[in-house]
Ligand binder design. Sequence first.
Ligand SMILES: [Fe+2]
Length: 340
Amino acid sequence: MTIPKESILLVDDEEAIRCILSKGLEMRGYVCDEAEDGEQALAKLKVNPSDLVILDINMPGRLGSEVLPDITTRFPETAVIMASGVTDNKVIAQCIKDGAQDYINKPFRFEQVLQSVNGTLDKRRLALEIQRYFQDMGKKDGGQVESRKLFLGAIETLVNTLEGCDNYTRGHSQEVAEIAASIGTQMKLAPQEMEDLHWAALLHDVGKIAVDPDILNKPSELTSGEYRHIMTHAVIGPSLVKPFVNDSVVEIISHHHDHFDGGGLDQSIRGKAIPLGARIVAVADAYQAMTSDRPYRGALSTLDAIEEMLWYSGSQFDPIVANILINTVRQKQLQSRYNN
Ligand SMILES: [Fe+2]
């Protein structure tokens, strides 16, 4: 007997498509249900929230992209994969922002659908496990004020464990937090802002837990699809830590890959509208990464890293923040020359 896997709701106005997907997925042990439009899907989820929804975008009545925010808000534990015959990057980007985990093109190749379903459900399982782990810890602590510290301590351990598996990123987040703190102090941030900056810097890449490690550690240049996949960590990370940190920390993590000039991937805000903490983490993150070895290149010298930082100052990086870091690095260089 096959042990039932997770439940999947197939939402598409074309019965033939629902039927083909349902048969194929049920043969792989998934439990499938069908809905012909968004309203029917929401009604079915209310009675029995599925683990995953495959949601067609172009349907009569409300578009799938319009129904998506209702699903992710009302059923936060349900993962969603969008499906459409029309590839409109803006619509896809908005769907990812609204909480969809993946996107598949029509006409389907069943293997492609299966790969997306398996990958999305793997990530969902992992995310839920982490959330439950932290929730259990909170209960043990009696839900007191101390529990937040306990949660954050546990997340810190988790980050260290994740980075510990990879020689290249070991200690990355801790160093980013130290660089960010130095910039924050020079910018005279308030104590609460400094604390938020510390946690956001430490947790900025926690969403990479859900990124395919083969892509994350790929020793050669990434394709645009692989780059887009890695960048989902800036969407997944905030949803993982949201129950345990304040909104400022969530906002910093969400925007830590935003470019100052608005040119980042799927970016909605730019300039000073990007939280200051996110602009600081972006600079600290890039400098730490540039001056560390990576699978595909050696570490840049301090001088080259400064050059790079200057080159992207004003476009990728907030020029004021970048300037503070550059001056700090130069001062340290002078000091060490003087001491020697
Ligand atoms: Fe990142």
